[in-house]
Design a protein around this ligand. Structure first.
Ligand SMILES: [Zn+2]
Length: 106
């Protein structure tokens, strides 16, 4: 994996999501007013997303740690969702739905 600062291919200063940590990453503005993003490439030179400045600054070891943390947090979310599928589901009654539409819920 390789991270390279490159001119942003997006329009404006809109944030992207860091592929490593999942947080918002804003492009870096150079003195020449160019917007740069840290683009992640895999070993086949295929773009795998963008990285935030914190991840870039944390270096190869830090990035591996951050990836492990993210994997654990995503796995925890997956387990939570899987647990939900094993539970009995109850949706609001029709009467409750009508109350919502009439703004009558207490
Ligand atoms: Zn990040």
């Amino acid at each position: 994996m390789k991270i390279v600062w490159e001119p942003s291919v997006y329009i404006g200063n809109a944030p992207v999501f860091c592929t490593i940590c999942g947080r918002r990453a804003y492009p870096l503005r150079t003195r020449g007013n160019q917007l740069l993003l840290a683009v992640i490439y895999d070993r086949h030179e295929v773009v795998r997303g963008e990285a935030c400045r914190d991840c870039v600054a944390s270096g190869p070891t830090g990035i591996k740690t951050r990836l492990q943390e993210r994997i654990q947090s995503l796995q925890a979310q997956v387990s939570e969702l899987q647990e939900m599928t094993h539970e009995e589901m109850q949706t609001p009654s029709l009467e409750q739905e009508f109350q919502v539409h009439r703004h009558e819920l207490p």
